[in-house]
Design a protein around this ligand. Structure first.
Ligand code: ATP
Ligand code: MG
Length: 203
């Protein structure tokens, strides 16, 4: 057999950051679709750390959000979950997520997957230049949010249309609080976990 000389082939690693309070099928479809379109080897879901101060609209404990993310992704061999933002502690800044993940994955090119709503805020991020040097950004459609590359740096961001799922974590939390079903909006195991831990009941 003949060896064909090639440069080092870099792994293609998707990064899906989020509060995941709870993780829902909108997150999962977006990650799956981007993984296929961009030929990613893996997508790592990165639940955010807990904010320093519990203000109004406090998020659920990091450990619950982490476990729901694990439950939701466990059956997909391409999906994994990172504790990096949770273990760092405090509020999460995307620059820290990407710095840490690129240091841990020197063999990989990073693709940061983000919804249209979050993408709109990228321009306001402080370390925008460094962010774009650490990862390629992929903005995905989200119902109710316009997907536009107005003002985004050329080449640093790809915009993709994913099957639009009008699901949000906020709506899921409100449904649980109102005793409305969240079946089929989130994975079955996540429905059961929310029930077991009595999450979102007093919202
Ligand atoms: P919340 O309502 O609490 O803000 P959320 O549904 O927006 O929750 P996040 O954890 O904030 O979920 O989102 C993580 C990432 O997933 C963000 O980049 C967000 O834009 C994206 N995202 C969330 N829901 C969808 C969806 N239905 N379709 C595509 N992307 C989504
Ligand atoms: Mg959100």
């Amino acid at each position: 057999e003949q060896e064909v000389p090639t440069g080092p082939v870099k792994r293609r690693l998707g990064v899906m950051g989020g509060t995941f309070d709870p993780i829902h099928h909108g997150h999962l479809v977006a990650a799956s679709e981007v993984a296929a379109l961009f030929h990613l080897d893996e997508v790592v879901f990165v639940p955010t750390g807990e904010p320093w101060q519990k203000s109004q609209g406090a998020v659920s404990p990091a450990e619950d959000r982490y476990l729901m993310t694990v439950i939701a992704t466990a059956s997909n061999p391409q999906f994994s979950v990172s504790r990096i933002d949770i273990d760092r502690g405090g509020p999460t800044y995307t620059i820290d997520t990407l710095r840490d993940l690129s240091a841990l994955n020197a063999d990989a090119d990073l693709f940061f997957i983000t919804g249209a709503d979050a993408l709109a805020q990228i321009l306001t991020w402080r370390n925008a230049d460094e962010l774009f040097s650490l990862a390629h950004f992929i903005g995905v459609t989200r119902p109710g949010h316009l997907l536009t590359d107005d003002g985004l740096p050329e080449g640093g961001v790809s915009l993709v249309e994913v099957p639009a799922l009008a699901i949000s974590s906020t709506d899921c939390r409100e449904r649980v609080a109102n005793a409305d079903p969240v079946w089929y909006l989130v994975p079955d195991g996540v429905v059961r976990y929310i029930d077991k831990r009595e999450l979102y009941r007093g919202a």
